[in-house]
Design a protein around this ligand. Structure first.
Ligand code: GUN
Length: 256
């Protein structure tokens, strides 16, 4: 594509200085450089107004050398996330957060898949884990991970249960899972009491303990001996999220 005069380009916008977001954005930028993609980073101050952010998104929508636009979430409280995500051109929405792309995923006719769930599906497929007819339990119902994750598992003919903070008997439900995906943002919450012997456990959590150690939502040492497969934190799901982002940017560049 480069030889043909088109280098895939990704613009990443970060507002404020959330340390976790900073790490994610740095990794995205670094990976672009590693694989020869063009990238632009817009690090805006916390007090940026919604109108200023929308103006930047509009400019990037029209920019010919940018094929993917990513606005790192969460945004500061005074900015409405929905309004901002709605403003991204669906063809450049490499996160697949725009309602048009979310709707396409729902009916199984999509251009982009959201990065973390798609990365997880790739891990599962590459590990030779069959999903058809399996009991899959997703803990967490966010728009970024939980909801689209459940949909992708459903597309593979799994039987899917979504659990959340109001779920009763969480332990018992998790224990029915052949595949357990945890995305709740609570350090080491899932221990061996939640996991059936031989289950596959996917940990989407990224939590910093007081001693600065990075841990997932799963208590790895307690759970790992009981599993058929488990993802570590760091180094499990995170890198797959980035891979999917790069794939989506490539897809966008080919189409635009
Ligand atoms: N914040 C946490 N995960 C993500 C992601 O995949 N994309 C964006 N834009 N923000 C995030």
């Amino acid at each position: 594509m480069k030889e043909a005069g088109k280098t895939p380009g990704l613009a990443v916008i970060i507002v404020g200085d959330n340390p976790a977001s900073r790490v994610y954005v740095n990794n995205k930028k670094k990976t672009c450089a590693e694989i020869g993609m063009y990238s632009e980073e817009y690090a805006l101050p916390e007090e940026t107004t919604q109108d200023e952010l929308l103006e930047l998104v509009n400019t990037l929508n029209k920019k010919a050398d940018i094929h993917g636009i990513l606005v790192q979430l969460p945004l500061p409280g005074h900015i409405d996330e929905k309004t901002v995500l709605n403003a991204i051109l669906p063809e450049k929405d490499v996160d697949a957060f725009h309602p048009v792309n979310v709707g396409k995923i729902m009916i199984g006719d999509f251009d982009f898949l959201p990065c973390t769930p798609a990365g997880i599906m790739e891990l599962i497929a590459e590990s030779g884990i069959e999903l058809e007819g399996k009991n899959c339990v997703v803990v967490g119902r966010s728009n970024i991970v939980g909801k689209p994750m459940a949909m992708l598992l459903l597309h593979k003919n799994a039987t899917v249960t979504i659990c959340h903070s109001k779920t009763k008997n969480l332990k018992e439900i998790c224990k029915t899972a052949d595949v357990l995906v945890v995305a709740v943002g609570r350090a080491q919450m899932i221990n061996d009491e939640y996991v059936k012997d031989g289950a596959v456990v996917i940990d989407v959590g990224m939590n910093r303990l007081e001693d600065k150690k990075l841990v997932g939502d799963v208590d790895f040492d307690s759970v790992a001996p009981h599993t058929a497969a488990i993802t570590p934190v760091p180094g499990g799901v995170g890198p797959m999220t980035i891979v999917t982002l790069m794939k989506n940017t490539l897809t966008a560049a080919k189409k635009l």
